[in-house]
Design a protein around this ligand. Structure first.
Ligand code: ISE
Length: 334
């Protein structure tokens, strides 16, 4: 029987997930939707044969909803996650899990009290074939111990409402999650450095920024997060180990020879670059919900990402590296 899914948020990413749940993956059906922009949500509801609701709370409470997908704006995430837990419904929440570490703690407490793992966070890079291969190679041990990660995260352009903090909480948060997942260890400290301003970014936005992180064993990570690359959406990652180095493969695109040049196309945005990762992420989520055992990134991962982002923002504001201080990991998440 299909898993009946309610989707809150029918903007860009919400529509992508509804299309994916309907046309790409098996075992799920979108039965209810809502969005602050009611007109869009109504159209999407009609297109996919789902029921339109005015609010996210109504979607969560709807009898035809077994599990919830949250793709609304970041500030609304925590409230919807808590409401889903209250009703004992599985919930997939796009990143970030919440906008403050305290909200993440409330979510963990509610989940622990419910005695069930109900929450998955949308860190889709963990499902990307390239990152999975990188992890396998470094875990095999043949390159020796990992020493450093050099990464870059370039968006073609930014939306007008993008802020200096969102470079960390909305974009950089993927880097925070993927590096600790690749290394299987936690951070000790971090810092954000600012760079000469890119004149293609809005004046109010400090862009680019460089994230630096240090793990408890001493691995150093540096990431350029650049919101206006001017040429495309480009995600790079190189892991340097004691006996070798390994680089994230670029997505497979045909090599074109033309006009005395060789060239590869570069994607415009994340929805194309990570399309396969999102498909795998949702198929695995639906399968794991149906077998009552979530396997993806959980509330603890969402919490760590938030605490790290907070420390990074503070470091940029005061101009000094910050320790990344967390609560002890609850037994429930071990
Ligand atoms: C966007 O919101 C995403 O989540 C993308 O994955 C990220 O790469 C991009 O920088 C964000 O703007």
């Amino acid at each position: 029987m299909d898993l009946k899914v309610g989707v809150i948020g029918t903007g860009g990413i919400g529509q992508e997930h509804i299309r994916r749940l309907t046309n790409v993956i098996t075992g799920a059906k979108v039965t209810a939707v809502s969005d602050i922009n009611e007109g869009t949500a109504q159209k999407i509801a009609e297109k996919y044969g789902a029921k339109f609701y005015k609010t996210g709370e109504e979607v969560i409470n709807a009898p035809e909803v077994d599990a919830v997908v949250i793709a609304s704006w970041d500030q609304t995430h925590a409230g919807y996650v808590l409401e889903s837990i209250k009703l004992g419904k599985y919930v997939f929440c796009e990143k970030p899990l919440a906008t403050t570490a305290d909200e993440c703690k409330d979510i963990m407490n509610a989940e622990i009290q419910s005695k069930r793992h109900l929450v998955q966070v949308g860190f889709m890079r963990r499902f990307d074939r390239g990152y999975r291969e990188l992890k396998e190679i470094i875990k095999s041990g043949k390159l020796g111990s990992t020493l450093m990660i050099h990464a870059c995260h370039r968006n073609l352009t930014h939306i007008p409402s993008h802020t200096t903090d969102m470079t960390i909480t909305n974009s950089g948060i993927h880097e925070i999650d993927i590096s600790r997942w690749l290394l299987d260890e936690e951070y000790e400290s971090g810092q954000v450095l600012t760079v000469k301003q890119n004149c293609n970014s809005s004046k109010e936005l400090l862009d680019p920024q460089i994230i630096q992180l240090k793990t408890k064993s001493g691995v150093r990570i540096d990431v350029e997060v650049n919101m206006s690359s001017g040429y495309g959406y480009d995600i790079q990652c190189e892991i340097v180990c004691e006996k070798g180095a390994v680089r994230l493969p670029d997505p497979n695109k045909p090599l074109v020879r033309y006009n005395c040049q060789r060239s590869y196309e570069i994607y415009e945005d994340w929805s194309q670059r990570f399309i396969e990762a999102y498909d795998i992420e949702f198929q695995e989520w639906v399968n794991s919900v149906k077998s009552n055992k979530l396997t993806g990134p959980n509330s603890w991962d969402g919490y760590i990402a938030c605490v790290t982002a907070d420390a990074l923002i503070k470091s940029r504001n005061i101009g000094a590296a910050q320790d990344i201080l967390t609560i002890d990991k609850p037994q429930f998440y071990k």
